[in-house]
Design a binder for this molecule. Structure first.
Ligand code: PLP
Length: 411
């Protein structure tokens, strides 16, 4: 018996009516006319709302949910997220501006990342945003900057744990890392903070990204709590906020399945009594980017040319790796695999063929779909790349080959 090849999970986020994908209730061809040009990114409000609601329904009420803005910093989207989540996590000064403009309370916003600039640090201090300290020298930098102003810095220590998140798409902890202060150095740094005029709020332990294995995430969460309890013994004040990171992945490639969030939620429920008892009722924060916004977004480009080269069909589109690096396979992937792709105005067409979707750039890397079975498409048809709401436009080299940037809409 031959095993059938692995498939992409079925798309359920958006309705299909009259063979057309609908985004925010608008049929894709109409949305394309409304936007006025292709390519574009479209994000669906109702999908964002539903994803946060579905996750919250599983999580214990005590767990706070933060949105990591770097996954998708479009201001209208961040504004929408402000009404859904309990806080934001930032990775730059520009993200700080977008976050503060939403009206989110600064005490519920944190900024992380190595090499923060003097300006980013001073603005964060003035705004009252929690700074996740990434190194001992950064602590000294914050101290010098704080002396020039009136406000007491709110600080948390980002810890580089002594374990790693297994099976993670991107490992960000364990061993030598540019992120966080090594766990074994943290007690001394905590004591130092106690001697300084700073408001110590807690710990931040983020171990990785794009993980689809619930057991790996729960194991990391259990170790994170034990590490936090150990470190808290050296803290100058109670750990009021314990940010346990996130790392929740979404399925992109054939054979990948949805993350089992229920078992993660159950594990958190089981951890709460110990956290509350050992740390005196800390606020426990999950910070998620991709998981919340990835499935709510699509990238849309149109077919400009259909050519056949030595028997292989190429749909030459107006979109490409300059807009969507991840879908081309060049953003952290080791082996190139196809994102979920569809023809948005012929979703269920029975007339299918094997075709490759390429872009207008002069490089063989500009490949959005490699020999996929798709509805037979022609010039003017709309190619849709699903799972594109996170790390899409802002993670792509838009200046490469000097084509115009795509638009982004929230519908
Ligand atoms: C990037 C990042 C996140 C978000 O990661 P996702 O995989 O998008 O959920 C969260 N926290 C920190 C500190 C990050 O750097």
């Amino acid at each position: 018996m031959t095993k059938s090849p692995p498939r992409h999970i079925e798309q359920t986020a958006f309705p299909v009516v009259d063979n057309c994908l609908q985004i925010g209730g608008i049929p894709l061809p109409q949305l394309a006319r409304r936007v006025g040009s292709t390519p574009f990114y479209a994000y669906d409000r109702s999908v964002l709302t539903r994803r946060v609601a579905d996750l919250r329904a599983l999580l214990p009420d005590a767990i706070k949910l933060h949105y990591a803005i770097k996954a998708n910093p479009m201001p209208a989207l961040v504004q929408h997220m402000a009404g859904l989540v309990d806080g934001f996590d930032l990775a730059s000064g520009q993200e700080m501006k977008v976050a503060l403009d939403t009206g989110m309370s600064p005490g519920e916003i944190s900024i992380a990342g190595p090499g923060k600039s003097a300006q980013e640090l001073s603005c964060a201090i003035a705004a009252g945003i929690v700074i996740n300290i990434e190194s001992e020298s950064e602590l000294q930098h914050i101290l010098r900057l704080a002396e020039k102003g009136q406000e007491k810095p709110k600080v948390a220590i980002r810890v580089n744990p002594d374990f790693e998140l297994k099976a993670s798409g991107m490992k960000m902890s364990g061993g030598p890392k540019q992120f966080g202060i090594d766990a074994e150095r943290v007690p001394a740094v905590l004591q130092e903070i106690g001697r300084l005029d700073m408001d110590f709020v807690g710990l931040h332990i983020f171990s990785g990204s794009q993980n689809l294995r619930a057991e790996a995430i729960t194991e990391a969460q259990n170790k994170t709590l034990e590490l936090a309890i150990r470190l808290a013994e050296s803290a100058p004040a109670p750990v009021r906020k314990l940010n346990i990171g996130g790392g929740f992945g979404i399925p992109y490639f054939p054979g990948e399945q949805e993350l089992d969030t229920r078992s993660i939620a159950d594990n958190l429920e089981a951890l709460l009594p110990r956290a509350n008892q050992a740390l005196d009722n800390p606020e426990i924060i999950l910070e998620l980017g991709r998981y919340l916004v990835g499935p709510a977004g699509i990238y849309v480009c149109s077919v400009r040319d259909r050519k056949v080269s030595r028997g292989q069909v190429f749909l030459v589109s107006d979109g490409g790796l300059h807009h969507h690096l991840a879908a081309s396979g060049n953003f952290g992937q080791v082996i190139r695999k196809n994102y979920p792709v569809m023809i948005g105005n012929r979703v269920k067409s029975e007339d299918r063929e094997t075709s490759s979707v390429v872009g207008p750039l002069c490089t063989p890397l500009d490949l959005l779909a490699d020999r996929m079975e798709l509805p037979k498409a022609d010039v003017g048809d709309l190619v849709v790349i699903l799972q594109s709401g996170a790390y899409g436009l802002t993670a792509s080299p838009t200046a490469f080959l000097s084509h115009p940037s795509p638009q982004e809409v929230l519908v």
